[in-house]
Design a protein around this ligand. Sequence first.
Ligand code: ATP
Length: 345
Amino acid sequence: MGLEVEELSHRFGDRLVVDRVALAIAPGEVHCLVGPSGCGKTTTLRLIAGLELLQAGRITLNRRLLAGAGTMLPPERRRVGLMFQDFALFPHLRVGENVAFGLNGRDRQSRDKRVAELLAAVNMTAYARAYPHTLSGGEQQRIALARALAPGPELVLLDEAFSALDTSLRAQVRDETLTLMREADTPVLLVTHDAEEAIRVGDRIHAMLDGRIVQSGTPAELYASPANPFVAGFFGPVNRFRGRVVSGTVETPLGRARAAGLAEGTSVETIVRPEALRVARPGAGGTPARVQVKRDLGPVHVMHLGLADGSSIKVRQAGQTEAAVGDQVEIDLDPHHLFVYPAQE
Ligand code: ATP
């Protein structure tokens, strides 16, 4: 049950932009699709929605075949709700009428009830009689979202659907929307650039690179064992060092790191998370460094430290630290947050 996508591939001309994508979303689960710009996220969503003609693969929703093996249901018969960045409201219809648009066939009372429920979920109850042009971009986005959800779709696809909203409203609208979907047992696939959003709402995250899903897992799994530099860097700024494998290890400005499974001489990129580093007093036996910048962000400190080779690294520390700008310190490294990958030229 839920959404099942198998071996989905798609070309524009001779360019392969979706490459054997497979994913399954159980009823009520929220999955996030993340990846750099142009990696094929929107095309994947468009294929699932039926806006792009299927070339290869198979898509089923609650065991109904949407596309594959000669079948190609048109978008309006898929029971898929979608909300893209470039949504458009009907300008001549009031907000309430926009939301009611996909509800023909219901009696008036049940239609009004559904519209009221959705307007409440996106915090727009007071605007039911307004025309779209009188609303801000974020308000219009919330109405488009309500319209997509109103007919009770069996699957919801959201492409940066919350991105035009400011931070506090964004979390509220997002959480209320996704709660509605979870309660209705509706699977959701959400494309987002925002790591915090993916971590907060995703039961699973799928990381996409050059048309392929390169890693799928819970946010904690991707954080603990990122399969490549993109996933390692997805969760926040990182320190990156270039080097070469010598005797199974690689030299970094923070000392030698193990390069397990990589051939001798391989050119590698070492990634160290800022939270891997602990600042200690001189004499503790770590790598010597000097504090260049220190920012107190309440529960955490962010520091930039200058190393002997002239490079600078980012450190993130919980709690208080006595070190001040200009102080000589030493750095200890937690190897759990250090990752070595073959370098990508
Ligand atoms: P973004 O995060 O920037 O929205 P994306 O991961 O959603 O990117 P897609 O929009 O799926 O990426 O595009 C994947 C690739 O396919 C891009 O290189 C894009 O230029 C190309 N592409 C998309 N639509 C078409 C089209 N209709 N014809 C030709 N090429 C296209």
